[in-house]
Design a protein around this ligand. Structure first.
Ligand SMILES: CC(=O)N[C@H]1[C@@H](OP(=O)(O)O)O[C@H](CO)[C@@H](O)[C@@H]1O
Length: 669
């Protein structure tokens, strides 16, 4: 039993829960595991799960005394799938300790459901929510099955004694934002002191206002006072999902914040829901895994803006791409002091190897999550150094625990920086990049997974940026990122964000406000202003495609860079991903950092032999947390070697880890 909480004891509600369990039976033979982002399966298998997760969300809200969220989506999965993601009171993902309750509840026998629910410690000793009672905000994506599943979740929440509010169609990050700001407005200590306009921004409208306002702030000037680059259009591949209507709303908000559409970057919707099947041949997952442009933007002719972005099915991740022949040319200003040299700098020879046949033919290039992280890390780090020049760190007993201390919150509900609650399987390495002020050191780092391209890691290291490592899945990256004062985390697939600690924000506010003194202080104040606008723009709860889209565009405009200049930060090592089905993917066990197979041991021996003969070869395999498949990643000195390594590794998995169906002969995205 968790501290201070007792079991749910409303006997009549438990009776209702028991009968609902029988009315929506669990499909026979289906056992669900809580993957890297909640439960996912074919939609028709999920009715009992959604009902039960509505109950769990109610319990979580009751335990914390704050609003929580429930998102119905299967993100990048195929349209017939669906899933559920739970949003915790601080706007983050469900606390890992509660995942065990989620699994227990989702897999309880129908007759056991009420008893399983009654075992969840969720009755607080006294109400802490000002009497509003438990409340679950529910939103869903555009899948045909989503609305019905959302209604079942609402029913589950109500049976478990919570009020359920249906917010309708939202992106996943929007729901995270609304939960966070809603609780922040109510003074929830978990959310931090630097929230901005809590109550005003606790809505979809507020979300757009916040983003557009921060973007407008950032594009007031270019770097070092140079004129800012022009507002250019960008084609946004919305994966035939929820991103499409939201991009249109973002256009309106930008036009409003910037004093007219002419001053805003036009976000052109490609692949709206009415034009095709969700995630099929389009969207971030397709583009990044297949390393090919999406339908609708498959040639330079189809991409009139010369630059594009692809969102995934629930718009929590984004990758960028462009055709080199059509990239809009920007009269390049001087390179920023903090930034790397422009296009001509990095070597371009490896790029030729990296390009697939399609790239070579059309000059198509992908800018993935690693490239976004590199751009952000460079930009934020440069401004951080400038903002801290001459500043004094606020005295703080332990920066990492500042939020927890300020919160005074019970340890079992606090997910503050450095909270050891999440230390079980963080898989973190890296010490952090100390950026000093007079009174202490702020720690900054980029957090990557095993999927990060080796060239991106080398680039960041070469620029003195510290790298920390985490397991695949943003919940792991986020937990590691919270250990730093400023951290940028991105998965190569485009899921990520940047986090600012409370201590850093205190310091930035002080530096900004000291700016009127002139001289160096004025420069520091300007960088502090820029960083505070970034904090407002970058979603602090979770990776957010729309917020990432805007910050990338703002940085490029401030630097007067086009996509090719950004792309030239470093040349990706050639890589290839594929996946294959096995009898039982849970039987494949990997090391903490996922770089090595522990079981079956013969598989790692085979992979070692393959890597030994491929120049600069690196490969690893791991069971997917979202699909019934084993994923294979390979990189090597040439595309041909990377492809060969990936296929050989897939064959080794098939042979030694119970592959089903015919042995793989081609790549599966
Ligand atoms: C290689 C890859 O892209 N894996 C993705 C994918 O997880 P898997 O566990 O690999 O299926 O979906 C996750 C949720 O969206 C995302 O966090 C992760 O990065």
């Amino acid at each position: 039993m968790e501290h201070g909480l007792s079991a749910f004891s409303d006997v009549s509600a438990l009776r209702d829960i028991a009968s609902a369990g029988r009315a929506f039976p669990r499909p026979a033979g289906v056992s669900l595991s809580y993957g890297v982002a909640g439960f996912r399966a074919r939609a028709h298998l999920l009715e009992s799960t959604l009902l039960r997760m509505g109950m769990l969300a109610a319990a979580r809200s009751r335990a914390l005394g704050y609003v929580v969220g429930l998102m119905v989506t299967a993100s990048h999965n195929a349209e017939p799938d669906n899933g559920v993601k739970l949003v915790d009171a601080d706007g983050g993902m469900l606390h890992q300790r509660w995942e065990a309750y989620a699994v227990e509840l989702a897999n309880a026998d129908d007759d056991e459901l009420a008893r399983a629910f009654a075992r969840i410690p969720c009755d607080p000793p006294a109400r802490t929510d000002g009497g509003d009672g438990p409340r679950v905000l529910i939103a869903w994506d555009t899948r045909p099955s989503s609305e019905r599943l959302a209604a079942l979740a609402a029913r589950g929440a109500e049976l478990a004694g919570a009020r359920a509010s249906a917010l309708g169609l939202l992106t996943t990050p929007q729901l995270h934002h609304i939960v966070r700001f809603r609780n922040g407005a109510d003074g929830c200590a978990l959310v931090g002191r630097h929230l901005g306009r809590g109550a005003e921004w606790a809505s979809e409208r507020g979300y757009f206002e916040m983003l557009a306002g921060a973007y407008a702030e950032l594009v007031q000037t270019g770097e070092r006072g140079a004129p800012v680059g022009p507002a250019l259009p960008i084609d946004v591949d919305c994966a035939c999902g929820i991103g499409a209507p939201k991009v249109l709303l973002l256009n309106e908000a930008l036009a409003h914040a910037l004093g007219g559409a002419a001053h805003a970057p036009e976000l052109r919707v490609v692949n709206a829901p009415s034009t095709g099947v969700l995630n099929a041949g389009c969207g971030a997952e397709h583009v990044q895994k297949a390393r090919a442009p999406p339908r609708g933007l498959a040639s330079a002719m189809e991409m009139p803006s010369g630059r594009a972005a692809s969102l995934d099915g629930d718009a929590d991740r984004i990758v960028f791409h462009y055709f080199k022949s059509r990239a809009p040319s920007i009269a390049s200003g001087p390179p920023p002091a903090s930034g790397p040299p422009p296009a001509s700098g990095p070597p371009s020879a490896p790029r030729a190897e990296a390009e697939t046949a399609r790239d070579a033919a059309d000059g198509w290039a992908l800018l993935d999550g690693d490239k976004v992280a590199a751009l952000l890390a460079d930009f934020l780090r440069g401004h951080l150094r400038a903002a801290l020049r001459g500043s004094t760190m606020p005295a703080s007993p332990s920066p990492a625990r500042a939020t927890a201390a300020a919160a005074g919150a019970a340890p079992h509900v606090t997910r503050a920086r450095g909270d050891d609650d999440d230390d079980d399987d963080d898989g973190v390495g890296g010490d952090g990049d100390g950026v000093g002020g007079d009174g202490g050191e702020l720690r900054a780092a980029v957090v990557q997974t095993a999927y990060a391209n080796g060239a991106s890691t080398a680039y960041l290291r070469g620029r003195g940026v510290s790298i920390a490592h985490a397991k695949t899945g943003v919940k792991y990256l986020h937990a590691v990122a919270l250990r730093y004062d400023l951290s940028v985390y991105f998965e190569a697939n485009g899921h990520g964000t940047a986090l600012f600690s409370e201590r850093l924000l205190d310091t930035l506010v002080a530096a900004r406000d000291a700016g009127s003194a002139g001289g160096e202080a004025a420069q520091a104040a300007e960088s502090a202003r820029v960083l505070l606008a970034c904090h407002q723009l970058i979603n602090q709860a979770v990776g957010d495609a729309l917020s990432d889209l805007l910050i990338v565009d703002a940085i490029l405009r401030r630097r007067n860079w086009d996509f090719s200049q950004w792309d030239a930060l470093y040349a990706d090592l050639p890589s290839r991903q594929t996946k294959l089905a096995v009898r039982d993917r849970a039987a494949l066990l990997t090391s903490e950092d996922e770089s090595r197979v522990l079981n079956p041991p013969a598989l790692q021996r085979a992979l070692d032999d393959l890597m030994a003969v491929a120049e600069a070869g690196r490969c690893f395999v791991r069971p997917s947390g979202t699909e019934d498949a084993v994923r294979v990643y390979a990189e090597a000195a040439t595309q041909q070697l990377a492809d060969g390594l990936a296929l050989d590794a897939a064959l080794a998995v098939h042979r030694l880890a119970g592959g089903t169906g015919p042995a793989p002969t081609a790549f599966t995205a």
